[in-house]
Design a protein around this ligand. Structure first.
Ligand code: HEC
Length: 438
């Protein structure tokens, strides 16, 4: 990218960009040279034929009519779907698909300049997209999934309301197995109608096992989902999820109509640790706040509400991800840590929640919060039941906790690894010495 000032006749066509490195000028911004590479890297995963987005954004002809809408969606940080507040909390995530401030400024400046095409010879080399029919984690594990569980097929009509299809399927396991990785994918023909798919596990837990207390009522314990920017779940070294003999998988498939009748099915692929191997740590999925939300959620008509839930950590732990869950009146959700000494730290804040998107924010190896026993996790949820909320179907209704999408709820799906005291101190020491070396 040319950051130098242009001095000759082309000056008027160059644009000032305020990026994180300060103000700089760019030659005339063109689709071929500047915009296509940004779209290729950040948008084509979804905005190409056969994928979930409503239109392809590959060629100049495809992109040009959308230019003004693209500008407003990227400036509002609605697209790509990454709705985290960039000004507070942890910013390092394994699956970050957000645009940089510079990229947003370049797109805006290009649209303001009339969205010129430029020289097609400047276009980036086309990406050879992998076949959509593969399991994306198969490369990593060097084999197809050990077990594939399929939801029973559902036929989504050409027109009509969104549908939730929630079959429960036996895993067929006759002995307990430890999961090292999982991936959810709609079958090829299901992709256009599958908005998202959440997968829960139902199995007996020991009564005193804290995991039993954090199930999502009626569904089971949250397992994984087909979601934005997500390749699958790969559990860190020494960790895994326990899938017991006789367990069942509950699917929550959210389908929308696309003008053509389509029969849809979701597949859950599971890779196990080798038989007999027991990882040091069991990863627990918790729905933080769900109990408090069931008891206290109270959203009067015409109001914006704030609710808090506090969940104590019974042992020192690492949080692996953050995935807020609310319904159509959901506005924002944060997760803070209140340390035993009273100090408060913001971990992650989604300030621009959108019910259509179940974005899972996966902490990186070095950013995952390592918290002492006795830490209180504080979930704060904001709901907007006013007429200003464009998604609100009826601001005159009182809303409480419930499963239907016209009811509401709030909780955060968080995978928690409870650490031994020794490992906890070791990780803290390692991180301190890494910081020292920087
Ligand atoms: C993870 C998949 C995904 C990624 C990545 C993504 N989009 Fe989208 N986009 C969608 C889906 C699905 C919709 C329709 C639903 C919605 O609007 O939320 C959409 C909607 C849009 C719309 C609005 C269309 C309309 O009818 O108003 C625009 C504009 C857009 N995307 C642009 C972009 C751009 C530009 C990028 C990259 C910088 C991008 N998107 C990245 C999936 C994605």
């Amino acid at each position: 990218m040319n950051k130098g000032w242009k001095t000759q006749a082309g000056f008027l066509a160059s644009v000032l960009i305020l990026g994180s490195e300060g103000l700089f000028a760019l030659d005339e911004i063109t689709f071929s040279k500047d915009i296509a590479p940004i779209l290729q890297e950040n948008c084509h995963t979804c905005h190409r034929p056969g994928q979930m987005a409503p239109m392809a954004l590959m060629t100049y002809e495809q992109v040009r009519p959308w230019a003004p809408v693209i500008k407003s969606r990227v400036e509002a940080r609605e697209m790509p779907p990454w709705h985290l507040d960039k000004t507070v909390g942890i910013q390092e995530y394994d699956n970050d698909i957000s645009l940089t401030d510079e990229e947003i400024a370049i797109i805006s400046a290009w649209v303001d300049a009339g969205a010129p095409q430029g020289n097609p010879e400047d276009l980036p080399v086309a990406i050879d997209w992998p076949s959509d029919e593969i399991w994306r984690l198969a490369d990593k594990y060097e084999r197809e999934p050990d077990l594939i569980i399929r939801s029973t097929p559902w036929t989504q009509s050409a027109q009509g309301q969104d549908q939730w299809w929630t079959p429960i399927i036996e895993t067929g396991l006759t002995e307990d197995r430890w999961v090292t990785g999982m991936e959810v994918r709609p079958t090829m023909q299901s992709r256009p109608v599958t908005h998202h798919a959440v997968v829960y596990i139902q199995q007996e837990e020991e009564p005193d096992d804290f995991v039993a207390a954090v199930d999502v009522p009626g569904r089971g314990s949250y397992l994984t989902e087909f979601a934005v920017g997500k390749i699958g779940d790969v559990f860190r070294e020494n960790t895994g999820k326990l899938m017991k003999a006789g367990s069942r998988i509950a699917f929550d498939n959210h389908y929308h109509s696309v003008g053509q009748e389509i029969t849809a099915q979701t597949e859950l692929g599971i890779w196990f640790h080798e038989e007999g191997y027991v990882p040091k740590y069991r990863v627990y999925s918790q729905a933080l706040g769900v109990m408090q939300a069931m008891d206290t959620l109270d959203i009067p008509p015409g109001k914006i509400t704030t609710h808090h839930a506090y969940v104590p950590l019974t042992a020192q732990a690492r949080l692996e991800n953050y995935q807020p869950h609310m319904h159509i009146r959901g506005k924002a959700m944060s997760m803070e840590a209140i340390f035993p000494n009273g100090q408060v730290q913001m971990l992650s804040h989604v300030d621009n929640f959108n019910f259509n998107w179940h974005v899972n924010y996966v902490y990186s190896e070095n950013s995952a919060p390592i918290l002492p026993a006795g830490t209180m996790l504080k979930i704060t949820a904001w709901h907007d039941n006013t007429a200003d909320n464009p998604h609100n179907p009826d601001p005159t209704q009182w809303v409480g906790w419930g499963q239907r999408s016209y009811d509401d709820m709030y909780h955060a799906h968080v995978n928690i690894t409870y650490l031994t005291e020794e490992d906890y101190h070791q990780i803290i020491r390692d991180r301190r010495s890494d910081e020292g070396n920087e």
